[in-house]
Design a protein around this ligand. Structure first.
Ligand code: NDP
Ligand code: GDR
Length: 326
């Protein structure tokens, strides 16, 4: 039997790179959609794909253009499509609501529409987010918890979730949403708080910096490891029936706990280096986001393995290694 073909949008990102590795390991032919500039500046923009670049087929297309998405779907004829591309930084969505909503909502709509027209049997994964719960009424949150997004990013993800469900219900597509809580790794972007902290620790240790400016240290998140979370995406598309799933560890920690552990791992006292910066607070914070992934455990057999402290240590070690500190 011919191997399955997967199409990944956002393949250059943290999750896209882990997912591509996972699918290659399963024998898939893996295609990715990237921005045209990525092909022109591969050393910088394809850095997370360095090890597997030769085994991927990359297509330049724009999330903002229906014609380009249609062309790629037509050329690739995927069996499975993982839609991960998005303006994914919540803070930025307060600065530019318009581009966040445009890219995230239209990109999802264009892709679903192209798949419905050209490959209606293709299985579809949408990267939903715990940010859809926002000002959640209950803790922990599961698939039945009402959405109350607190940013245009969260609003764009609720719209993508609704589009995905509508294509499933109206057109019978095998379309699933994962409602994923925060997941991190040494491949996390530097703008997100965990990587900002671990890269900051490494720089301080290397004598390249003396201070780390952070916003709300009391914010609570349910942090897992990205490598494990992409496996849940794949499992969703292997089920006979399409459905939506919360993916989370079920455990909550504050930014302060993350900071304390990251600094103490290399023998430093964070209170000597961390400076609170009110400019880094968000105009609207979310409530306690803590996921109840019992449905994913029951139906998909998925459960997290990497614990919080191990995740922090892995990220600090990777950043210290990159600066030659260990
Ligand atoms: P990243 O920010 O690491 O990656 C985002 C990807 O989207 C990159 O490949 C980026 O391409 C691409 N992208 C962004 N804007 C555009 C655009 N206008 N046109 C084309 N491509 C674009 O995100 P993650 O890997 O962490 O997350 C993957 C998905 O999962 C996102 O949709 C995110 O919102 C969602 N999510 C993430 C969670 C997490 O904790 N990581 C939790 C819940 C949901 P480029 O490299 O060219 O910028
Ligand atoms: P989040 O991740 O908004 O949860 O979105 P981020 O790491 O940006 O923020 C987490 C929490 O840390 C607090 N914080 C800071 N955040 C940043 N970025 N920089 C700081 O200096 C800082 N100081 C404190 C924030 O206020 C916040 O409460 C991530 C993204 O991956 C989304 O795409 C995804 O949907 C959600 O996780 C689930």
């Amino acid at each position: 039997m011919a191997s399955k073909c997967a199409l990944i949008t956002g393949i250059t990102g943290q999750d896209g790179s882990y997912l591509a590795e996972w699918l290659l390991g399963k024998g898939y032919r893996v295609h990715g959609i990237v921005r045209r500039v990525a092909l022109e500046d591969p050393d910088h923009r394809l850095s997370r794909l360095k090890e597997i670049r030769g085994r991927l087929v990359l297509h330049a297309a724009s999330l903002e253009s229906y014609a380009s998405m249609h062309r790629v779907v037509h050329d690739v004829q995927p069996d499975e499509c993982y839609h991960l591309a998005a303006q994914s930084f919540v803070s930025y969505s307060f600065d530019d609501e318009f581009s966040t909503l445009n890219t995230n909502i239209n990109g999802t709509h264009f892709l679903l529409s192209a798949l419905k027209t050209l490959t209606p049997d293709c299985r579809f994964y949408f990267a939903g987010s715990s940010e859809m719960f926002g000002m959640a009424e209950t803790v922990p949150q599961n698939e039945g918890t009402r959405f109350h997004p607190r940013s245009s990013y969260g609003i764009s993800k609720v719209a993508g979730f609704d589009l995905t469900r509508n294509y499933r219900e109206a057109y019978g597509m095998h379309a699933c949403s994962g409602i994923l809580f925060n997941h991190e790794s040494p491949r996390r972007g530097f703008e997100f708080v965990t990587r900002k902290i671990t890269a900051g620790v490494a720089r301080i240790l290397a004598g390249k910096s003396t201070e780390l400016r952070l916003g709300n240290l009391e914010a609570l998140r349910d942090w897992g490891h990205a490598r494990e979370y992409v496996q849940a995406m794949w499992l969703m598309l292997q089920q006979a029936q399409p459905d939506d799933y919360v993916v989370a560890t079920g455990q909550c920690h504050s930014v302060r706990e993350f900071v304390e552990l990251a600094f103490s791992h290399v023998g430093l006292d964070y209170t000597k280096f961390v400076t609170p910066d009110p400019e880094l607070y968000r105009p609207a914070e979310v409530n306690v986001l803590q996921g109840d992934a019992s449905k994913a455990r029951r139906v998909l057999g998925w459960t997290h393995q990497v614990e919080f402290a191990d995740l922090v240590r892995e990220m600090v070690d990777a950043d210290c290694r990159a600066l030659g500190m260990i």
